[in-house]
Design a protein around this ligand. Structure first.
Ligand code: ZN
Length: 257
């Protein structure tokens, strides 16, 4: 059986509460043997840690403050991340980044929080999971200011052009997180993935959101990684075995799994 790592699943979301055992079983049956769980903020942290505790060797937590959770209490939330990161429990700092889509009200604070978490990742030698939405230039400005740091990671739910991808790669060991969007009609991702090497790609679902076709609009889950791998194989004209093998190797190396 082909083996996969889902590098981005909010498996601790309340959407999975009633049938987490079945969801986990379906994932394992489809070859998904490890899942990285990105953090959002302190309110969802207990649920994430509980699930990580009940699925050892399968669900691995990250620690980070999501840009859409940067509000008035950002300093307190950021300190929670920094204090938590002292425990050697986490495989990444994330998800972190900038989001100008939902609100620009706290953009300056988002930038401060993002760069402090880049520094945290660098100090702890952890990869970052970057969320970038309607803030591409601001993200590059931050990467430029932090380029002396030891930063590696993934641009989660990447949806930019091939040129943007190349700009990202110029900052070092960065991968593109590719999920269900690649299966959507009118997605520009197939054109980007045609040109990008498989060594630059990590597979992710972002479950429970962003389900691939034919489940678009329904709840997403890690087992659907196979649909994303299939689509990438189709685009690149290679076997699904090759996609599974290379992207799983990439994920294993990035998160030290
Ligand atoms: Zn996410």
């Amino acid at each position: 059986m082909l083996k996969y790592i889902d590098t981005h699943s909010h498996l601790y979301d309340s959407d999975f509460e009633i049938d987490i055992a079945e969801v986990t079983e379906r994932s394992k049956c489809n070859g998904i043997f490890k899942v990285v769980m990105p953090s959002v903020d302190s309110t969802t942290h207990p649920a994430m840690m509980n699930l990580a505790g009940s699925l050892p060797g399968f669900a691995f937590p990250a620690i980070g403050l999501h840009p859409t959770s940067v509000k008035d209490n950002w300093r307190q939330e950021l300190d929670f991340v920094i204090d938590s990161a002292d425990k050697n429990t986490y495989v990444a700092v994330g998800e972190i980044g900038l989001d100008g889509y939902w609100s620009k009200e706290f953009m300056n604070e988002q930038i401060t929080v993002f760069e402090e978490q880049l520094r945290l990742a660098s100090e702890r030698d952890l990869p970052v999971i970057i969320h970038s939405r309607d803030a591409t230039e601001e993200i590059f400005n931050s990467l430029e200011r932090c380029k002396e740091m030891n930063i590696r990671g993934v641009f989660h739910a990447f949806s930019g052009s091939y040129e943007t991808a190349c700009r990202i790669f110029s900052y070092g060991n960065f991968k593109l997180g590719i999920g269900g969007v690649i299966t959507f009609k009118n997605s520009n991702l197939p054109k980007v993935i045609e040109k990008a090497g498989l060594d630059k790609i990590l597979l992710e679902t972002d479950s429970p959101w962003l389900s691939p076709v034919p489940y678009r609009g329904k709840r997403n889950e890690p087992s659907y990684i196979t649909l994303i791998a299939e689509k990438i194989a189709q685009i690149k004209g290679c076997s699904i075995e090759e996609v599974a093998q290379i992207t799983t190797l990439n994920a294993g190396q990035m998160f030290k799994l």
